[in-house]
Write a protein that binds this ligand. Structure first.
Ligand code: C2E
Ligand code: MG
Ligand code: MG
Length: 563
């Protein structure tokens, strides 16, 4: 075969698509690989303009390529979309080479890169979407929000959603059920918003909705209500009917605001909504930002405080009302803050709970309380330690108590735990088991601040509780000749008839002391007797308070198990 013929044969049978184009960018001739690639019959591409087999969106780029070739550029490579006869898009990498000599001729070599492009697009999609729900992820929603916020007067609302009790579904019905719930929530959210809105999943059970064009909080709150209503419809998962609800935080975009900042505002508003309970919406306010910053800094300081031993325990006596003799102590935590002085529990306990620090805090207090007992061999009474509701059922409370007792070499009969009504109301079996294990060990359980919660008498009777502390609210009403007196009398006789320990809290005056005695109370705690003090201020042998009062009957003293 002569050289020319050999070249022709190679050109015709090449696996890669080839065409020779004339000066007007029309196909002069093409090989069978190109015809097959675009679905044309043999010879059908002849005289066809390059523009008519190119996707309209890429045709203008061809114009520029052609100009450069005409100006003498010898090779050019470009990716473009060609159109198959069926109308499908074929992604192609096209290499244009000018053929030397004679009238202008350009050789186009066309490689099909559709598969590569598809894989690339899939990767891009994956990088920007959540695989479970198919919704945009954080990166994509931040990107879209940033674009909207670039406007001088941006008009956009951001809703931050967090499903209520998602972990309950996930933990009790399994991850598959959890996934179905998330997918269903995603579907409902998408069905509720307008087409121009973006629904994204940030991870876990958190979603964000970006709604461009909303200019007032009222409009945004309307959307939040719609979304909550859509979620609230019952849904069956894993054989159980669940009613998915969410708390929603609402924030509006403003000039010079970043997407991250707007999402953070909506998130802060959402955590305020959570505090109000399930299925709530809350709009962001400036005060919340301040609160959130304060909270964050206190939270990190509190972690450091736990590490560096800034928490200390003070002890307040519980005395025999009649004699003033100390029968027990309540351990009360304090924070010796390096700059703010001695902080009381109400200044940090909430944050401690929100930051999941109740377990380490409980460990510190239990350890110090046991140490206090160990260092006072002449004192026979119990020390009462407050236990946070979050610490009960699942956080290893029984082990923590055992370890603290063992470490100090103290018997369980020297310890009592105070729990609140909410702690007792959580009637899961793990909570009950844990409380029963403690009483079986010999640790007393007292119901703190009785009367301020909602516990029904029946639930108190069914619980392993061995004593009740009457909340200070009732002590304040002693002597009112009305409900205050009646409640105090009723509870004191209830406690006695059940053989429980009863302690009246917050006794501050001599009159209150006398009234409490008249109502049948035997044990009390309050500033009248002493304030909480550091352990170093409390000697070993209990100091008898200088209270002259009639001695109680011996039988009654014997019936008080707090020794
Ligand atoms: P609480 O368990 O009811 O403790 C009694 C609170 O009343 C203490 O406040 C005590 O100082 C105060 N108090 C005692 N007598 C009187 C009185 O006569 N008048 C008045 N006005 N107040 C009196 P404190 O130490 O500020 O503790 C407040 C609450 O913080 C406690 O209430 C308890 O619920 C919680 N708490 C304290 N220590 C701990 C702890 O170690 N762990 C946990 N989880 N909670 C704790
Ligand atoms: Mg207490
Ligand atoms: Mg109390």
């Amino acid at each position: 075969m002569a050289g020319d013929e050999l070249f022709r044969a190679a050109y015709a049978s090449a696996a890669i698509g080839m065409a020779v184009l004339d000066a007007d960018a029309r196909i002069h001739e093409s090989n069978s690989a190109l015809e097959a690639l675009l679905g044309y019959d043999s010879g059908a591409l002849e005289k066809v303009a390059l523009a008519s087999i190119t996707h309209p969106d890429d045709a203008t780029r061809d114009g520029r390529v052609w100009e450069r070739l005409q100006r003498g550029v010898s090779h050019l490579q470009a990716q473009r979309r060609l159109v198959h006869v069926s109308g499908d898009v074929v992604w192609a990498r096209v290499t244009f080479s000018r053929v030397d000599g004679g009238p202008m001729r350009v050789l186009a070599q066309v490689e099909d890169v559709t598969e590569t492009r598809r894989a690339q697009a899939l990767l891009e999609h994956r990088a920007l979407h959540d695989t479970l729900t198919g919704l945009p992820n954080r990166a994509l929603v931040v990107d879209r929000l940033d674009v909207v916020l670039e406007a001088p007067e941006p008009q956009v609302a951001c809703l931050f959603l967090d499903l209520d009790d998602f972990t309950v579904v996930n933990d009790s019905l399994g991850h598959e059920a959890g996934d179905r719930l998330l997918t269903e929530a995603a579907r409902r959210l998408r069905a509720t918003v307008r087409s121009q809105d973006t629904v994204a999943r940030l991870g876990g059970d958190e979603f964000v909705i970006v709604a461009p064009g909303l200019t007032s909080l009222a409009e945004a709150e309307g959307l939040a209500d719609d979304v909550r209503a859509a979620l609230r419809v019952p849904f069956s998962v894993g054989g159980h009917e669940v009613e998915p609800t969410a708390c929603v935080g609402v924030a509006l975009g403003g000039p010079d605001m970043s997407a991250q900042a707007l999402i953070r505002d909506a998130d802060v508003a959402m955590s305020h909504a959570k505090r109000a309970g399930r299925d709530h919406a809350q709009s962001f306010s400036e005060g919340m930002r301040h609160h959130a910053q304060m909270r964050l800094s206190v939270e990190s300081e509190l972690r450091a405080a736990l590490r560096e031993g800034q928490l200390e325990v003070h002890f307040q006596p519980i005395v025999e009302l009649a004699t003033g003799e100390v029968r027990a102590y309540e351990a009360l935590v304090r924070w010796r803050h390096p700059h703010r002085g001695l902080l009381l529990p109400h200044e940090f306990l909430d944050i401690c709970e929100e930051a999941n620090l109740v377990v380490p805090l409980g460990e510190v207090v239990l350890r110090d309380a046991c140490q206090f007992i160990a260092e006072r061999p002449a004192f026979p009474g119990r020390v009462l330690v407050n236990i946070s509701t979050q610490h009960i059922g699942g956080a290893g409370l029984v082990d923590t108590v055992r370890e603290a007792l063992a470490e100090a070499g103290v018997a369980p009969s020297r310890l009592a735990l105070e729990i609140t009504e909410s702690g007792m109301l959580i009637s899961t079996s793990s909570t009950r088991t844990e409380l029963e294990q403690l009483t079986d060990m010999g640790v007393d359980l007292l119901l703190d601040d009785f009367g301020t919660g909602y516990s029904a008498l029946s639930s108190v009777l069914r619980s392993p509780v061995t004593g009740i502390k009457l909340a200070r609210e009732f002590t304040l009403r002693l002597g009112d000749g009305s409900t205050g007196d009646r409640i105090s009398t009723a509870i004191s006789s209830l406690v006695a008839s059940l053989g429980m320990v009863g302690i009246i809290e917050g006794v501050e005056t001599e009159t209150q002391r006398r009234t409490a005695i008249a109502h049948g109370w035997q044990l009390a705690q309050g500033f009248l007797f002493d304030h909480p003090r550091p352990a170093s201020d409390i000697p070993d042998a209990p100091a008898s308070a200088p209270l002259a009062s009639p001695s109680p009957t011996p039988q009654r003293v014997a019936s008080v198990p707090l020794r």
